[in-house]
Design a protein around this ligand. Structure first.
Ligand code: C5P
Length: 211
């Protein structure tokens, strides 16, 4: 079972001086924490991380247990770069930007794959009321949140399916989106609040408080 960890984003919205995966939380980088969670799950035997080219050597020092490849301009390019070097039949894709993800979430995704799901994602109910707005920022309607899920990573796939999903070289904010476009069912299992993504300075403060 392989875990592919895209870690090549610049993290522009975070406003730090280095790419996001190399920012530290509680004494270790987001990259180290994500690799450690995958390893500690006990269900992953191959980890591939995709990083910015100039940080290839640094990444190899930080995560010697992982194989390191050069990422691409968009997240999906980085996933494709990692996918190209594994021959595992089942793969997880996990954002380095989710440093506090519990190892148990990896186990749950792998369990679902082993039970026959070809695509599985963790998701959480949405707490806030959601409104659709027009260009002038006026509400057009309120969306029924009961049928919505905020989707996280790790996301699990049959590797052959993920390869087909990425074959067109499209970009998407997650891998399940590309699988959905093929018309293949994506199973949502219970997510975990600790798997939140570090995107903004607020998220980074939160991660540092919780680490
Ligand atoms: O930007 P965002 O936080 O949504 O990125 C999610 C994950 O994808 C991060 O771990 C980031 O490093 C990674 N990424 C990547 N290559 C890119 C853009 C994002 O590996 N070109």
């Amino acid at each position: 079972m392989a875990a592919l960890i895209p870690a090549a984003g610049m993290g522009t919205r975070l406003g730090e001086s280095k790419p996001k995966a190399f920012v530290e939380v509680g004494g270790s980088t987001l990259l180290e924490r994500s690799v450690a969670a995958a390893r500690e799950s006990g269900v992953i035997d191959d980890i591939v991380v995709a990083v910015p080219e100039e940080l290839l050597d640094r990444a190899q020092q930080l995560v010697p247990a992982a194989r390191v490849v050069v990422g691409g301009a968009e997240r999906s390019d980085s996933v494709r770069a990692a996918l190209a070097v594994t021959d595992a039949e089942l793969v997880l894709v996990h954002d380095a930007a989710r440093p506090l993800t519990p190892p148990a979430l990896f186990v749950a995704v792998v369990d679902a794959l082993r039970c026959g799901d070809a695509a599985v994602v963790p998701g959480l109910p949405v707490a806030d009321t959601l409104k659709r707005v027009d260009d002038a920022q006026f509400v057009t309607d309120t969306v029924d949140r009961s049928i919505l899920r905020a989707v996280q990573t790790p996301q699990g796939f049959a590797a052959e399916l993920l390869r087909r999903a990425h074959a067109g070289a499209q970009d998407a904010t997650d891998d399940a989106g590309l699988v959905e476009a093929l018309g293949v069912g994506v199973h949502v299992i219970d997510g975990d609040a600790m798997a939140f993504k570090v995107t903004t300075p607020f998220d980074l403060r939160l991660a540092r408080l919780l680490a």
